[in-house]
Design a protein around this ligand. Structure first.
Ligand code: ASP
Length: 308
């Protein structure tokens, strides 16, 4: 299994399931649930940073490489585990793929997925601080002009309300099971200060998540609107299908996506895993990593991504 930054906390649980013969779908869902429960991670599940109105809205998706069936949810409030709602959409509502907002919440209640508080005091504090003059200045230093432009438009809309120093980022987990099936899961609270109802790439198959047993699985983190416009996860698979190695496939998909103009340009990352267990990643910034763990490992290890 591989996981984007901060997804490593879920790898041991996923690998334990795979060792017992569980499916990649089971292992990916279990790993992501652990990340969603981690309150120190301010971009996924409980503790995720809120939207402009101060409400946490979560997006998630899961895709099965064996069948290319998928399930996804967007802008879900009051459920700590959107990945499980996405899986339930995939398996229990096969006539649909993506549910958003109140409909997704109604379906989650119907299938018995647990409700819970997702806004934490710490996330609320970061949400406030991130739009303060000091927060804007820090964002400029750490993440550049695109991030400042993004926050400035939120400020302009709000006329009132940092990059947090702590964990920050969507989670991608990609698993390969003993039967040779791949699955990709993605979960996020999305961009902080986003417009209510905004759904990002994490819920969109082809953009932030794509999986096909015959080629590989891929997923993205970072500037979701760009990954949507670039259909970036699917584009990584096209590179793999063309014979590129995983790092090159990710780098080329990112480069193609980044060629588009975007005034809110922010980091963008991609990860992929092939059916024969090769993996790689790419990022727009130096030092970006991901975690890897196999059935014979006792712990995960950290691998550097290529840079575009
Ligand atoms: N891709 C996520 C989104 O656009 C955010 C992130 O990964 O930083 O919602």
């Amino acid at each position: 299994m591989i996981a984007s930054e901060r997804g490593e906390v879920g790898l041991a649980a996923g690998i334990a399931l795979l060792r017992d013969g569980a499916s990649a779908m089971d292992a990916v869902e279990a790993a992501i649930r652990i990340v969603e429960s981690n309150e120190a991670d301010h971009f996924v599940g409980v503790g995720g940073l809120p939207n402009l109105l101060g409400e946490v809205e979560l997006d998630a998706s899961i895709m099965d490489g064996a069948t290319r069936r998928a399930g996804a949810v967007g802008a879900v409030k009051g459920f700590p585990h959107p990945i499980s709602i996405a899986r339930a959409v995939c398996e229990q509502l096969p006539q649909h793929l993506l549910l958003v907002g109140a409909g997704a919440e109604q379906f989650a209640d119907e299938v018995g997925i647990e409700r819970g508080e997702t806004l934490t005091d710490e996330a609320l504090q970061m949400w406030r601080d991130g739009l303060s003059p000091a927060g804007l200045e820090r964002a400029g230093q750490l993440q550049g002009a695109g991030e400042v432009a993004y926050r400035q438009q939120a400020l302009d809309r709000l006329r009132a309300m940092s990059p947090p120093d702590g964990p920050w980022g969507t989670v991608n987990v990609i698993g390969l099971d003993a039967a040779g099936n791949l699955a990709v899961g993605v979960s996020t609270s999305g961009y902080p200060w986003k417009y209510p109802g905004r759904v990002g790439d994490s819920a969109l198959i082809g953009s932030g998540n794509y999986c096909d047993n015959s080629v590989g699985g891929a997923a993205c983190t970072g500037r979701g609107e760009l990954a949507i416009r670039g259909n970036t996860a699917r584009s990584v698979l096209q590179g793999l299908a063309a014979g590129h190695d995983p790092v090159k496939a990710c780098c080329e998909a990112l480069a193609e996506t980044l060629a588009m103009p975007d005034q809110f340009r922010a980091p963008l990352q991609a990860l992929c895993l092939t059916p024969d267990g090769r993996h790689g990643g790419a990022a727009t910034r130096a030092g970006s990593t991901y975690g890897v763990m196999t059935a014979s490992d006792h712990d995960f290890r950290i691998v550097q991504r290529g840079q575009v």
